[in-house]
Design a protein around this ligand. Structure first.
Ligand code: RIB
Ligand code: CA
Length: 313
């Protein structure tokens, strides 16, 4: 097996974040140095509590969970209770966590970890708005060359947006943070809507989780039952796009994905296109190719991996 990869998962759980975290916790390829919560799908008090609930569901009580930014850098926080429910983890009835958050702020944890670990050994896995990552880069610019890579879920181009016609939610919530991250010269792998919309939680796939007969399998099916209803209604599809687990699946089996190195720039001025990721897929500009943008996925292989791994918990 390849060397264990050190990762920090930055997240705003969120049902799809929950499945991504479960996949990471179930996979021996990772040394999860910490999970950092950020405001996004629901406020920080809930995203941080939800991260604890997911670790307890997985039976991984020694996972370190940190609370981070409570709002975007410049804009007012926009949340998505209509998608994720009031708790942010509607679906299963998960108990109140007994695990406690770490006392250290998530941004300080990210900085201290990157300054303490060997350079080029830690991968950041942002699954929500990029506020914590941007704040860490602003707080300590020396971390930028020490980051192995950033594999993030966010953005969209050919698929348009999901929160406005132009913008995907994670980038829309904090476009300024996304701009900081994309300009930092760090290797970025981007999972935009163009690829995540091809990973649909069809009824057959959700039943594979439910039929595991485990607490994790049942909870995952209940998370997806709730989460997919909004997108099924919007897109008229069988199932909804399972966004965030694409980040973790890429680190386990990169061959499931394909894309190309492009320039990605973020709109931070126009209200009409605020948070839009302008992806120069055809290379018509001379802007730096700052991200490996994924556009295709072997979705059968993706769900096979998810099912195989979650069955281990
Ligand atoms: O647009 C999808 C993204 O926004 C996902 O990360 C989902 O969890 C929400 O954060
Ligand atoms: Ca998310």
């Amino acid at each position: 097996m390849a060397a264990v990869r050190k990762i920090i998962i930055d997240t705003d759980p969120g049902q799809d974040d929950a499945v991504a975290i479960l996949l990471a916790l179930a996979s021996p390829e990772f040394d999860i140095l910490g999970i950092t919560a950020v405001a996004g799908n629901v406020p920080l008090t809930l995203t941080s509590k939800n991260a604890l609930k997911i670790c307890e569901l997985a039976g991984k009580r020694d996972t370190r969970v940190f609370a981070g930014a409570s709002r975007p850098l410049m804009r007012t926080l926009v949340t998505a209770e209509e998608v994720h429910g009031k708790t942010g983890l509607d679906g299963p009835d998960l108990p109140e966590p007994t695990m406690k958050l770490e006392a250290q702020h998530a941004v300080d944890f990210i900085v201290d970890t990157l300054m303490g670990e060997e350079p080029d050994t830690v991968t950041l896995c942002p699954l929500g708005p990029l506020t914590n990552v941007a704040l860490a880069l602003i707080r300590e610019p020396r971390i930028a060359p020490r980051i192995k890579e950033i594999v993030l879920m966010g953005g969209g181009f050919f698929e348009g947006g999901n929160v406005t016609p132009a913008a995907e939610f994670n980038i829309f919530v904090d476009p300024h943070a996304a701009d900081v991250v994309l300009r930092a010269g760090i290797p970025v792998v981007m999972m935009p809507l163009d690829v995540t919309h091809k990973a649909l939680t069809t009824a057959r796939r959700v039943e594979r989780f439910r039929s595991m007969g485990t607490a994790v399998g049942t909870a995952t099916a209940e998370l997806l039952d709730f989460f997919e209803r909004f997108d099924e209604q919007k897109y008229g599809t069988d199932g909804g796009p399972l966004h965030d687990p694409c980040v973790i699946a890429y680190l386990i089996r990169p061959e499931l994905f394909s894309g190309r190195q492009c320039n990605v720039s973020v709109e931070t001025m126009s209200e009409l296109t605020m948070g839009m990721t302008v992806i120069d897929w055809w290379g018509v500009s001379d802007r730096p190719k700052n991200a490996l943008v994924m556009r295709d996925i072997d979705h059968e292989g993706f769900f096979d991996l998810l099912s195989e791994r979650l069955a281990r918990l």
